[in-house]
Design a protein around this ligand. Structure first.
Ligand code: MTE
Ligand code: HPA
Ligand code: MOS
Length: 758
């Protein structure tokens, strides 16, 4: 392990500041004089025609400075990420979901703004609301054209198959529950320029949408983000409109404006993971090989488009996961309902998509009487089966089988299976279950142009180095990883690299930090920038010493050539300045080789696949339906990990978050479309006691990425969330259910047990 820290388990650069509370989040920034605080006016009904929005009560409230509605937007009242759909910042004629933003109140203190906003009583004539995805799918209430991925002829293959099964199930949405809620601080500068501090995964989109809403050129807006207190996809597009609302008020009042949502408002007004409805029909042979599959995946997109096309793309392309089915047809529907517009959430449609084959495999096992793990192995892509996805991309069967075998070995599968069966044969009230899961998750943005990144590196005269890049830090450890890459390029200790806030003024036109691509994209960009400077520095050293530039080496904070030619890195930096050599460089990277035809649904959209496998053991109480996850064993492919400690944190955290989605986290809308789960008292995210008491994670060893990724590392942010699917499978095993909609509440466990005993 080189001492520059490449591949070293360095702690998160802010770990200590996170622990002491010294790390500054958006709301911790010193408040500028004259600061105003915002509060949103939200729709009290799910669907209706807005007939009156009288601001007078709010305007009369002590401390209120201004109230803004759709008519006050100086530019476009449109915050759609694509810019090609209309997604209003403030609803104009129609309120389309309960909790939709109608207006913004700004006041000298936050309590006054919140109270004044609540004093506004919108007059809205109710219209019928579509609240359920099945209802929307049946009525063809769609946000977009269907996405159909087909290979061969599923209908014919189904008809020809010796055995058939079909099913229907659902999975729920998920609230991001980032600890730091949505927040933006907009500060007017000279001549209408605006500085926006935003808790965002996508500073560039914040900049673009603020400019669109204000009707000004993008060069007037600067967006900064040092860190987020969690994002999980929830701050990919939603941060933009929060910032736009604050910016609009700042521009109009010529005062700084901060908009920080309360937890309740945040949960009411911001999008969540898409709930899905699945309907499928499969054909297979008595030996468990699935030969045909026809499936419908209906995603609940909520009231506007947002990123639903991208989420659906990922769900559809991941519906076969790591399995091969020769004749297949997957239809993806983006349904429109009168609920909050659903958005990116860790896995971005992947976690939903990969559930499909799990239910199919369970059903095949049940019908054929074969063991589920034998059925799983029978259908892995590669080997005797096809090694290409239905959209035409090759997938590595050897790694699929390897992670699966290693996870089973880690869990001691055979002995555990026997122990669980023995336990179940004797215990009067408890039942145990075991589940397994294997994953192939495609890495790259589905929207091809987003697969680019930039970096800006400066070396100063004293040898200290400043790093900036387009990626954002949300707790995932991106900044330390990129600092390690730059430290390696210069052969200096990582402490010599100063990590700085993401800013549209330093690196422009960036992609969001999403799709797990942060370190892949920004790592290369930073490496290229640092390498450009190092080459120039090597040239100067070579000149001083009269050697070839190729003989100059950078290590341990020193620069060397041959035996006794040595100087400190800082001395070489100083020498470069005297010789008028530029010590600043930008780096730019775009993912090579990827391509996608969205009409044909064909191409090689992913630079590579990330592989993982898991085993989980659960115990359920037959009398109450309550359950616990007793153990989890995970093997995750990280390529050659840039930072195993950070990666391990990602694997554990993602797994627990995925477990929450499939088990305890349930969003409940009432019959009028009002969300009734608006805080931790009614919405149950996993707590420390839900973490499995036996929890073993392994990073797959000796598996450098085959694609040319930065130092042959692999993305890790999202894939391990899906490893929690093993818990879902274990619950199915414990309850004897073939079909088990998520989240698996104790009520569902009881119902499944009842069905089994009947
Ligand atoms: N980890 C923490 N601690 N907080 C987060 O908000 N977001 C996840 C993942 N890990 C998240 C996280 C999501 S949704 C993505 S896409 C990736 O981090 C993004 O960062 P990366 O590309 O640098 O992995
Ligand atoms: N993942 C996350 N966010 C995205 C993606 C994706 O694949 N595409 C566009 N935004
Ligand atoms: Mo992650 S859902 O791609 O932000």
């Amino acid at each position: 392990m080189p001492d520059t820290g490449m591949g070293a388990s360095l702690r998160h650069d802010s770990a200590l500041r996170h622990a002491t509370g010294e790390a500054r989040f958006c709301d911790d920034l010193p408040e500028p004089p004259g600061l105003l605080h915002g509060a949103l006016v939200l729709s009290p009904i799910a669907h209706g025609a807005i007939e009156g929005l009288d601001f007078s009560a709010a305007r009369a409230w002590p401390g209120v400075v201004a109230v803004f509605g759709p008519g006050d937007v100086p530019g476009a009242n449109d915050v759609s990420p694509s810019g090609r759909a209309i997604e209003p910042l403030f609803a104009e004629r129609l309120a389309e979901h309960w909790g939709q933003a109608l207006a913004l109140v700004v006041a000298t203190d936050r309590d006054a703004a919140v109270a004044a906003a609540a004093a506004i009583r919108p007059v809205i004539a109710p219209l019928p609301a579509v609240l359920d995805v099945a209802e929307a799918a049946a009525a063809r209430s769609l946000l977009m054209p269907a996405q159909i991925l087909a290979r061969g002829n599923a209908a014919e293959a189904l008809a020809a198959a010796p055995m058939r099964a079909n099913g229907e199930f659902r999975c729920g949405g998920q609230e991001h529950f980032y600890l730091e809620g949505q927040v933006a601080l907009a500060i007017p500068n000279e001549d209408g320029d605006l500085l926006v501090h935003s808790s965002t995964q996508h500073p560039t989109e914040v900049q673009h949408i603020v400019a669109r809403v204000l009707g000004c050129p993008q060069n007037r807006i600067t967006v900064n983000c040092r860190r987020m207190g969690g994002a999980f996809g929830g701050k990919e597009s939603n941060a933009s409109w929060i910032a736009a609302a604050a910016a609009m008020a700042a521009r109009a009042t010529e005062r700084p404006v901060k908009l920080r949502l309360s937890r309740r408002a945040d949960m009411a007004v911001t999008g969540k993971r898409h709930p899905f409805l699945f309907r499928w029909q499969a054909g297979f042979s008595p030996d468990g090989r699935v030969t045909a599959l026809d499936a419908l995946l209906a995603a609940d997109g909520g009231h506007v488009l947002d990123m639903t096309p991208g989420v659906l793309f990922r769900a559809v392309t991941h519906a076969l996961n790591c399995y091969d089915v020769p004749d297949v047809r997957i239809e993806g529907l983006g349904c429109k309902t009168n609920t909050v517009s659903n958005t990116a959430f860790r896995g971005f449609g992947g976690p939903q998509g990969v559930l499909l084959m799990e239910e199919v495999l369970r059903s095949v096992a049940r019908t054929t009487g074969l063991d589920i793990e034998a059925v799983r192995a029978k259908n892995f892509a590669g080997g005797a089966n096809g090694s290409h996805t239905p959209y035409g991309q090759a997938i590595e069967g050897d790694l699929i089988r390897r992670v699966h075998a290693e996870a089973q070995a880690l869990a001691g599968w055979d002995a555990r299976r026997a122990a669980v069966d023995a336990f179940n044969a004797t215990h009067p009230t408890l039942r145990k279950g075991l589940g397994c899961f294997t994953l192939a998750f495609g890495i790259s943005f589905g929207l091809m142009h987003l697969n680019q990144a930039g970096a800006l590196v400066h070396v100063y005269e004293d040898g200290s180095i400043r790093l900036n890049h387009g990626g954002t830090e949300m707790g995932q450890g991106l900044f330390i990883k990129i600092a390690q890459v730059v430290a390696d390029a210069f052969g200096v200790p990582v402490e010599q690299i100063r990590i700085t806030a993401t800013s549209t003024a330093e690196v422009p036109n960036t992609a969001p930090t999403a799709a797990s691509t942060g370190s892949d994209l920004n790592g290369w960009a930073a490496h290229l920038a640092a390498s450009a400077i190092r080459e120039r520095m090597a040239g100067v050293a070579a000149e001083i010493w009269g050697v070839a530039a190729g003989d100059v080496a950078f290590a341990d904070g020193m620069v060397r050539a041959g035996g006794n030619q040595v100087m400190a890195f800082s001395d070489l930096a100083h020498a470069c300045i005297l010789r008028r050599v530029q010590l600043s460089a930008t780096g730019f990277y775009k993912t090579p080789d990827i391509h996608w035809d969205p009409v044909a649904m064909r191409g090689e959209p992913f630079f590579y696949f990330s592989y993982g496998a898991s085993v989980a053991e659960v115990v359920v109480d037959r009398l109450t339906g309550e359950y616990r996850t007793l153990g989890a064993w995970l093997v995750q492919d990280c390529g050659r990990s840039l930072n195993p400690a950070v990666d391990r944190g990602q694997i554990e955290g993602a797994f627990v978050q995925g477990m929450g989605w499939l088990t305890s986290e349930e969003l409940v809308w009432d019959a009028t479309g009002r969300l009734r789960t608006l805080g931790p008292s009614t919405y149950k995210i996993p707590g420390s006691r839900d973490v499995p008491p036996v929890f073993e994670t392994r990073i797959l060893e000796g598996a450098p990425a085959r694609a040319e990724t930065i130092f042959r590392s692999k993305a890790v942010g999202e894939p391990p969330l899906m490893l929690a699917t093993a818990v879902w499978n274990a619950l199915a095993d414990a309850t004897g259910a073939v079909s088990l909609s998520a989240p698996v509440s104790p009520e569902k466990v009881l119902a499944a047990l009842k069905r089994q005993s009947a």
